[in-house]
Design a protein around this ligand. Structure first.
Ligand SMILES: Cc1cc2nc3c(=O)[nH]c(=O)nc-3n(C[C@H](O)[C@H](O)[C@H](O)COP(=O)(O)OP(=O)(O)OC[C@H]3O[C@@H](n4cnc5c(N)ncnc54)[C@H](O)[C@@H]3O)c2cc1C
Length: 384
């Protein structure tokens, strides 16, 4: 059993108030106007043709006033469309983004919401791709910082001078000043922590929010009690914390799935659910015809992440099914579990994501039991 990291307990909202506004953009009723057909083409056509018809019927010139009004609406709509920016993170330089919210979803896992630069931006991360986050580790102590230590410019000497310049102190006052100086000195020693003593560490996470979400994006981070970055995030992250991101990283190609296969069998464990959720979301949003069987393996029932969300998707979309396997009740994933989801092997693609041991176990089950064309095997058995 893994160590309990979050004291607040599962499913409890912590420290940061809920994000303001609608994370998914405009309210549902108005969302239809974001579609160019409904938001631009139809209103333009109706206003211009209406103005001409009225003018021909009535010969009343004021009817033509609708034409500049239409032009204004068009300019407005184009401007709004341009402001709805898709954010591509830069692959070469770090982009600083701020933590806005965090939400504990299990004893060791949290969803972190990061703010994009504007409420109209959305993170355009391809399914199966991840973002990289930068941190720094002290080479001697192993301490992890989200940013390199900064040297403060306060000089202890300056404070001393001020004290010396003043002739009249009573004994008590001078004692107080001395203790303040000592504190400053300690602070300076701390701040003089040599940045060259830190080495960069980089960790990868798959955003789980839809690319249609505006203004923010979500990362699910499972905290490893012995891990450097994930443990620091669990214990030391706060509203307003700025982290540096690069992106996007990955090799999964969703059009390979839709063009060459009919079915995806997803074999995953623990936080490996994140790329699977991205692919499921993409498939649902595109309304493609893939049938998807997710087999999600965990140690115990409590470790199953996002179960409610996954069940909701499976309920609303018949072509998506979920199966949960826990070590405590069923044991390890078996070939029978996998084979029960396969109808036509040639048309089935296996997507795998778990820890090293899980991936090895699953690949061995597939290769030992199926005759998979070696040329096809890399495409047919895709490991995130
Ligand atoms: C492409 C990609 C996408 C990912 N997406 C997600 C995601 O969406 N969500 C998520 O939670 N995670 C994801 N991960 C995993 C994530 O990037 C981190 O690896 C994870 O959070 C652990 O990082 P850490 O710094 O906390 O642990 P680390 O410090 O890297 O340690 C991890 C484990 O390895 C052990 N270890 C470290 N060094 C050694 C050593 N020298 N010898 C033996 N054992 C050692 C530690 O004890 C610890 O148990 C992804 C990984 C990749 C590559």
């Amino acid at each position: 059993m893994s160590e309990l990291i979050f004291e607040n307990g599962p499913e409890e909202k912590i420290d940061i108030p809920a994000a303001e506004g609608d994370k998914n953009g405009k309210p549902q009723g108005m969302a239809v106007l974001n579609d160019p057909l409904h938001g631009m083409y139809i209103p333009t056509f109706l206003l211009i043709s209406g103005s001409f018809i009225m003018y021909f019927i009535t010969s009343y010139k004021r009817c033509l006033l609708f034409i500049p009004i239409t032009a204004f609406i068009l300019i407005y709509r184009f401007t709004m469309a341009r402001l709805n920016v898709k954010r591509e993170l830069n692959f070469d330089t770090w982009t600083e983004l701020e933590l806005e919210d965090k939400f504990i979803i299990s004893r060791d896992t949290c969803i972190y919401t990061f703010k994009l630069n504007s409420a109209r931006e959305s993170l355009n991360c391809p399914p199966g791709f991840s973002v990289a986050i930068q941190a720094f580790e002290h080479v001697d102590t192993g301490d992890v910082l989200f940013d390199l230590p900064k040297i403060k410019e306060t000089e202890v000497g300056d404070e001393d001078k001020t004290a010396e310049d003043s002739f009249v102190h009573d004994y008590r006052e001078s004692l107080e000043e001395e203790s303040v100086l000592l504190e400053k000195e300690e602070e300076n020693v701390f701040n003089l922590d040599d940045p060259s003593k830190y080495k960069e560490i980089v960790r990868f996470y798959n955003p789980i929010s839809s690319n249609q979400a505006k203004g923010t994006f979500d990362l699910l981070i499972k905290s490893d009690p012995k891990g450097k970055f994930s443990k620091k995030m669990a214990s030391n992250s706060y509203n307003g914390l700025k982290l540096k991101f690069k992106g996007f990283v990955g090799t999964y190609n969703h059009s390979d799935s839709t063009k060459e296969f009919d079915k995806l069998v997803m074999l995953t464990g623990g936080s490996g659910i994140t790329p699977m959720l991205q692919v499921i979301t993409k498939s649902v949003e595109d309304e493609d015809s893939l049938s998807i069987d997710l087999i999600y393996c965990n140690k115990t029932k409590k470790d199953i992440l996002l179960k409610q969300e996954l069940d909701d998707i499976a309920q609303s979309t018949k072509r998506i099914n979920t199966t949960y396997i826990t070590e405590e009740s069923v044991g390890l994933l078996s070939f029978h579990d996998i084979n029960s989801k396969v109808d036509d092997l040639q048309k089935t693609r296996f997507l795998i994501c778990g820890n090293e041991g899980f991936n090895k176990h699953v690949i061995k089950l597939l290769k030992d039991n199926y005759k998979i064309d070696p040329e096809l095997s890399e495409k047919q058995i895709f490991v995130f």
